[in-house]
Design a binder for this molecule. Sequence first.
Ligand SMILES: [Zn+2]
Ligand SMILES: [Zn+2]
Length: 347
Amino acid sequence: MNALVYHGPGQKSWEEVPKPGLQATTDAVVRMTKTTICGTDLHILKGDVPTVSEGRVLGHEGIGVVESAGDSVTRFRPGDRVLISCITSCGRCDFCRRGMCSHCEDGGWILGNTIHGTQAGFVRIPWADTSLHHIPVGADEDSVVMLSDILPTGYECGVLNGCVKPGDVLAIVGAGPIGLATLLTAKFYAPGDIIMIDQDDHRLDTARKLGATKLINTKRDNAAEKVMAMTFGNGVNVAVEAVGVPETFELCQAIIAAGGHIANVGVHGRSVPLHLERLWSRNITITTRLVDAVSTGLLLKTIVSGRLDARPLITHHFGLSQAIRAYETFAHAAEQSALKVILTNDE
Ligand SMILES: [Zn+2]
Ligand SMILES: [Zn+2]
């Protein structure tokens, strides 16, 4: 089979690799139907994720069909259509039993990281019973791919950790796929104003179509001043950081109202100043989280019912064999007006 293989910082290729087989009785092997590329994959290619070694097949998102299942797998059979969670969960360790599957003692984010991933013809999924989901008949498959990572990430790390409530003023800093996934799932809680902040007009325009009530382009405006003016000097109840650079986390600190929640979603590579000299008395909370993917089943129901439509997050389609071209498009997202790209298995 062919796969997208990481060969060290800046190096990747589409090449032939051995097809994976079952290694444990709790494994399944899945023939990929659709996969996608994540911002995290670009971080890996920059060399920012040292756990990824040379020769690794990348990718932690996608859907497929079960090819084979180990003897201990009870919930899935060959031929079943499945959604692959970016988080592998044993379901039995202390962390899994507390719902913190991202820190599973024998799982967590391992796909396309410490084991081979989903940008391939086939993938081996450890702990299949608790790491795969059945795809209901009639569910839009492209939308379901968005459930592997970005929708649970936006919902768990942004909306739930941010404690979004009806009427809250919510600011989302960063209108990329994760920021937009946060926007889509925040609407379950009927916030008041949703202020979207980014430097790309195409992304802001998408945010407006998806329900943002106010837009700020940081290339044209001072975002902190503008948010304070929009909120009569109070600031926002919830600020979600969905970029991962110091400037955007500092912006969240500048616009948070007394009693507010700053929910970090972004992947940070540098230290960020924390302004306790201003915030110590403001009754705020700051949260961090790696997605636990414990909301995947719930979000799948909202897609099946039509309450959540993730299709606007998808801008490009490629064949899986065009993975290199797909990476080019995704890496130049601004020029290409790209959000998520879908790669359909054409092998
Ligand atoms: Zn991802
Ligand atoms: Zn576990």
